[in-house]
Design a protein around this ligand. Sequence first.
Ligand code: ADP
Length: 597
Amino acid sequence: MFINSTESRFLLKIIRPYKWMMALLVFCILLATMFDGISVGLTVPLLASLQMMESPEGLPAVMAWLFQLLSSFQDTYQILIGIIAVVIALLFKNIMLAINSMLALMLSTRIAATLKNEALNMMMSVRIDYHHKSPVGELMMSALTATSQVGMLVDSIAKALSNLLTIWALVTLMLILSWQLFLISILFGAIYFALTSRYIKTLKAPSRELTQLSKLAYNTLQESLSGIELVKSYGREPWVLDKMGQQIEKIRELELRVKFRSQVPSWATDVAGGIVIALLFFAGILIYDLEAPDLLVILIPFLYIIIRLVPLLATLNQNKARIVTLWPMLGLVSELLNPDDKKFIKDGDVTFHGLKHGITFKDVAFAYENREIPAVRNLNFTIPKRKTTAIVGRSGAGKSTLVNLLLRYFDCQEGELLIDDVPLRLIGLKSYRQKISVVSQETVIFNDTVRNNIAFGGEVASHSELEEAARKAGAYEFICKLENGFDTLLGERGAYLSGGQRQRISIARAFLKNPDILILDEATSSLDSFSETEIYNNLELLKTNRTVIVISHRLSTIKGADKIIVLKDGQVIETGTEHELLGLRGEYFSLSQGHKE
Ligand code: ADP
């Protein structure tokens, strides 16, 4: 059913590293099966000794040996020894089953954890545009929920394997006991197997649909929560509730259908088992002579095996149904972990120690995927070391794209971006990004303490370093006034802070990182003019002794820049100092006029 699909290949790939654990698991099942076989096999000589009879004719060698072994004891001890042996065999069987269960759980939880780590690694290393097109809710479902369910799938496979092996052993015993009854049972077994397999297949489509719907629900919830302010300000809560409510209802309907249907085969197994037992009873009486003492010795163990088989078949079916319903999760995880359909930024191996002369754009052009017109082209300019260079232009001119190239979120398709004389492609990403900081209008604050937000996973900073960074950013005073100072939790996306305070935290973060290159990307655009003026001096302090690139469409923020580069439609149209550009009476002049209006 699943052979050779992407999912099955992925499953084999994730199980492969654990082949020894799988082998141990199978070994335990085999041992458990052997002990099970012994316990069932022993019932034949036990029953015979109850009836004080000799070994029946035509018994298979193993059984005859057990007979001989038991009859070597004195009559009075035979039953006692037989019963003790059955109990010991059952005990060992269950010890093996417990070990097997533990191994299956260890395997499944380890696979789930490994997949989670791989998913997180993938999300951290893939090129940034993957995140722009993949809904966060979907990624969270694949990385956290689907990986756990793949673990459960592996557990179900291990259990189904254990069921299968035990069933196989019991069926072999049936053949040993009576080939006639065996044939009848196998005929019924084959019909039963064909019917249930067909039925279980019908679970495939609704399970896939359920996975798709869950993905959708994760996305809707994530989007509604991240835009909760918008939802509330527009009074759209009923709309969100209605949309989610419809998805929840569809999920409920499907879950009901899938879960109910997956139980049907196990109920059917019980009924079918009862019918087979009745049939075998009559068949046994017909095949064997009613008077013959062998009848009970053969029939009772045979029926005992069938009674043992029925619940095993039921759990096998349950496990098969679980495998079918969890199978689509493999698709989600393999999709996320598949590197072939994703783009990555190739790391370079030249360590960056700091800028020596400047950054040079040489004939740089870049177009986003699926866009015919390049976002930037023919870029030829230099950003000198320890000077402030401003990049200005109207919305859509290509300023953010330029920042994306500078941070190496993307590689330029034409030309070369040189850091001193080394192409940026060849520089180690870690060493480069350690020396570059961006303060942008979108301040990112994590639901963590002030301390951790400023340190932000960087090298461990002492309290005095943190304090100094906060002071320079003008954040120290308000931090001290917070309930727990530097240990105050800032709430989801810094909800407990004002816009200006959030910006100061991000400036403190930049101070602590002490970058060589500083990018101010519309850093104060989202602030009111009062906060902007207040923050201005702190930003000036941050700019001291660094190579600064100021991106802005508001000319007030670029006062004092050593060099201004004006972009229009992705191209540089003017370069110079403010005085020179105003004199040109071109784009910059027109921008400045617009700004005054
Ligand atoms: P600016 O920052 O000056 O407003 P951008 O660099 O954001 O300009 O945009 C330059 C051009 O590239 C615009 O035409 C914009 O539509 C396009 N663009 C920006 N980001 C993307 C993206 N992620 N995918 C496709 N096109 C984009």
